[in-house]
Design a protein around this ligand. Structure first.
Ligand code: VGL
Ligand code: ZN
Length: 384
């Protein structure tokens, strides 16, 4: 799965802004043109507190462009910019933000700057961007934005280090060029790191044809003849491996129309299927589905893996969460239309219990067995 990553397309980096990047405004149209060609699009947002350590005015006697030591890392000083909740930190007005599913804020800690969208400059804290992308099965990132020689460069380098295939959209970037040639040197550095430098006109438009689109699904045929289904109005799928304090594993049982039978499954659901949930993180979707279906809330919720459950049939990618330290907060059972039965089964007895259910005429979702693998690890290992 490929994704578009828009770096810092914010007012303060546009002409007239506090840290204006020359001709920075020109890339907004490139972003808008590309947004329609990607199923997954994420934007980073430089988001500083007023007392941020990268601001020259916070260091009496210093001016923008000077380099200081900030908490052990070398830091270029900038004019105050992208202060949280100000107009300067807002995305460019012309950017078609409604097509962006995820926004990742960075630089929120006054003590350390964050050029990269993945980690702060000290590489100590992750922003959540990596798990956002992994949870959606993204393997190839198309990066563009502001500025080539700072946030774009460090974001693309971290993406390579994390193992993503990375393409930099050259006409979608502009440099600060504090020293003349910084932008060109950044492109050289990215090329040596294995980043493809591409022009937006070369970013492939889909060779796919929609055969039919319903309320929740569409049937798509690729140019090679392969047909698959895609979900509409969905930004991710979550599956929850939930284990109670006394090592009971949670299952849900419900009638599933496509197979015409009651099916034993793990608690699961769709992120972004309601208008109000459109931007929800996978983790909050996992928590919400767990509560709605089982009545339990997890104090601890971690992503264990993410991948396609049926790669030949669908673009769907499932993010599997491990839920422990469960607390009962609601009756569970899903909404009125679902009539879900919740089962709590001691981990040691799950195998036999599943056989019994099949003998009773129920079907068992094969992902239950993948969940069992993680449930055993959750029960026996302190950290995964
Ligand atoms: C950036 C300097 C300071 C950027 C952000 O987006 O490239 N540069 N903060
Ligand atoms: Zn900044």
């Amino acid at each position: 799965m490929k994704a578009l990553l828009l770096v810092d397309l914010q007012n303060d980096f546009l002409p007239g802004g506090a840290l204006a990047v020359p001709r920075g405004d020109e890339v907004v149209a490139v972003a808008n043109a590309l947004l329609s060609r990607f199923d997954v699009a994420v934007a980073t947002q430089d988001w500083h507190p007023a007392e941020h350590g990268s601001f020259a005015p916070n260091h009496p006697g210093r001016s923008p462009g000077e380099v200081i030591d900030l908490d052990g890392t070398s830091q270029v000083l900038w004019p105050a910019h992208c202060i949280a909740d100000t107009h300067g930190a807002d995305f460019a007005a012309e950017l078609q933000l409604q097509r962006v599913q995820g926004v990742v804020k960075k630089g929120t800690d006054a003590a350390v700057d964050s050029y990269s969208g993945f980690f702060d400059n000290g590489q100590r804290h992750a922003t959540g961007l990596e798990s956002y992308l992994r949870g959606r099965g993204v393997t190839h990132l198309f990066v563009m934005g502001l500025a080539t020689d700072y946030c774009v460069k460090f974001t693309a380098l971290d993406a390579r280090r994390l193992g993503f295939e990375v393409s930099l959209v050259s006409d979608g970037c502009r440099a600060v060029d504090l020293r003349p040639g910084d932008g060109e040197r950044a492109l050289e550095e990215l090329r040596s790191a294995g980043v493809h430098i591409v022009h937006s006109s070369a970013v492939a438009t889909d060779d796919r044809q929609t055969l039919v689109e319903g309320k929740h699904l569409r049937l798509v045929r690729s140019s090679n003849g392969w047909e698959h289904v895609e979900r509409t109005n969905c930004t991710g799928i979550v599956l929850v491996v939930a284990l109670t304090e006394n090592d009971r594993m949670l299952f849900v049982e419900q009638f599933r129309p496509p197979v015409g039978a009651r099916v034993i499954e793990l608690p699961a659901g769709i992120a972004g299927d309601h208008v109000t949930h459109r931007h929800e993180a996978l983790e909050s979707a996992a928590q919400r589905e767990l509560v709605e279906e089982t009545g339990y809330r997890a104090e601890s919720l971690v992503m264990l893996t993410a991948g396609p459950p049926s790669a030949g049939l669908s673009t769907e990618v499932v993010a599997v969460y491990g839920a422990t330290n469960l607390r009962r907060v609601a009756p569970g059972g899903g909404d009125a239309s679902e009539s879900i039965v919740v089962h709590e089964v001691p981990l040691a007895e799950v195998h036999g219990w599943l056989l019994t259910q099949q003998r009773r005429g129920l079907l068992v979702d094969t992902k239950v067995y993948a969940g069992l693998y993680f449930a055993h690890r959750l029960a026996t290992e302190a950290t995964l």
